[in-house]
Write a protein that binds this ligand. Structure first.
Ligand code: ATP
Ligand code: MG
Length: 390
């Protein structure tokens, strides 16, 4: 018996005319991800199913399944046993392969799909044979055709039979790369990794920009951002991170812009730098984790002032979400425990006691002008440190 992974057409969240292209991108993404951390796999497409098989005998199958489940574009996968097309072998394989699952279940049913019509048993006969055999092996089991705890599926295909239990849920969403590119402004907080994940879920390939202000922010804070992006990359694949040295710019803002406009000015400069890094990396949009009213810099007046400095559209998927809703996603993607580690973010350096919550555009532009230094901005962009996150 050999284990394989079945990816059915119905398990891909793809529709319409682009389906074939989306499918090719998804397969390419899966192939790359498996190759990077488990090994080489073969992908064979037939009868609306892609069969994924390890090339090496001792590949880490559990790890491969875990990787595939998290890749955007996969709605569900079936982990299956591949065996000889012989009814005796099929019965024994079903018992062996699904034994654990069936021991813990109360009800089951068998479903058969026979694409090889020359197979001597038709679908109802296969169900009877396999179902009867399993009932005789597991005395506690009952058949429930409507709502079984375990659905045993037997597929008779051209060269082999495949046997699988319940389908495993995938991450859903669209395959990374089908939605274009965007640059996410990533902090070590809760919101921006969630925002990154939400946009990547729609097929967007991420580049990330992080602003660090050493020595006010530590190396640990930067490592935290790497760890957070790794959690997102589990779903989205590789993320190119640019870490911008922001200290001198922040010091200049502190020294030259009015205190109550410090945050707005800082956010405008972040937008300018991020827009340029985004353009250089072929990203026509920015993403942030902002949510209306969360802090002084996230009132609609402040957001207007921030947007005014961005040369690209800014997507804010968390904009209408409550903190609890954001935290729910943060936990789901296993980022929360990292996000709450207490390291300084550059946003908390030099923060004013009474930031303006209703800044005007004129005041924001004026404040920025007084702290502006083109050389410093250029230097920050040119010296941004690149790290590839997987
Ligand atoms: P988060 O939880 O994402 O840090 P927040 O509620 O703490 O968000 P702010 O600190 O005001 O909010 O930041 C708002 C947004 O600005 C963040 O979601 C993120 O997109 C961006 N941002 C904040 N700090 C940084 C940083 N150091 N580097 C890059 N982007 C940042
Ligand atoms: Mg923050």
């Amino acid at each position: 018996m050999q284990e394989v992974i079945l990816l059915k057409d119905g398990e891909l969240a793809l529709k319409g005319l682009n389906r074939r292209m989306f499918e090719d991108i998804l397969i390419k993404n899966i192939r790359q991800r498996l190759k990077a951390s488990v090994g080489e796999f073969t992908f064979t497409r037939s009868q609306s199913t892609t069969v994924i098989e390890p090339k090496e005998e001792y590949a880490d199958f559990d790890k491969a399944v875990d990787i595939i489940r998290h890749i955007f574009g996969v709605v569900g996968i079936s982990r299956a046993a591949k065996c000889e097309k012989d009814i005796g072998v099929i019965k024994k394989t079903a018992k062996e392969y699904l034994g654990d699952e069936l021991s813990f279940a109360r009800t089951f049913k068998v479903e058969a799909k026979r694409s090889d019509k020359k197979f001597p048993y038709n679908s109802p006969e296969i169900c009877n044979e396999v179902g009867g055999y399993l009932l005789s092996c597991f005395n506690h089991l009952k058949v429930d055709v409507h709502n079984p705890e375990v659905k045993v599926t037997v597929e008779i295909r051209d060269n082999h039979a495949f046997i699988h239990g319940n389908q495993l849920r995938g991450a859903g969403g669209m395959p990374t790369g089908t939605g274009g590119n965007a640059a996410v402004l990533i902090s070590g907080g809760i919101d921006s990794p969630v925002a990154a994940w939400m946009m990547a879920k729609r097929g967007i390939k991420l580049t990330a920009v992080h602003f660090a202000s050493p020595p006010f922010t530590s190396e640990r804070a930067e490592m935290k951002v790497h760890e957070l992006l790794k959690k997102v990359a589990k779903y989205s694949g590789r993320i190119d991170l640019y870490t911008v040295h922001f200290t001198e710019i922040q010091e200049r803002i502190r020294d030259f812009s009015p205190e109550d406009m410090f945050t707005v000015t800082m956010r405008r400069m972040m937008m300018r730098i991020a827009s340029e890094i985004a353009e250089k990396n072929d990203c026509p949009a920015l993403i942030t984790g902002e949510s209306v009213g969360q802090v002084a810099s996230q009132t609609i007046w402040a957001l207007r002032c921030t947007d005014d400095a961005a040369s690209l559209p800014v997507f804010r998927p968390c904009i209408g979400m409550d903190k609890n809703e954001i935290i729910e996603i943060s936990r789901k993607i296993d980022a929360f425990d990292i996000s709450i580690q207490p390291y300084e973010d550059c946003c908390t350096v030099f923060t004013p006691k009474h930031p303006k919550t209703k800044p005007t555009l004129e005041a924001a532009r004026e404040a920025e002008k007084s702290a502006w230094d083109s050389e410093l901005i250029k230097k920050a962009i040119d010296t941004a440190k690149h790290t590839a996150i997987f």
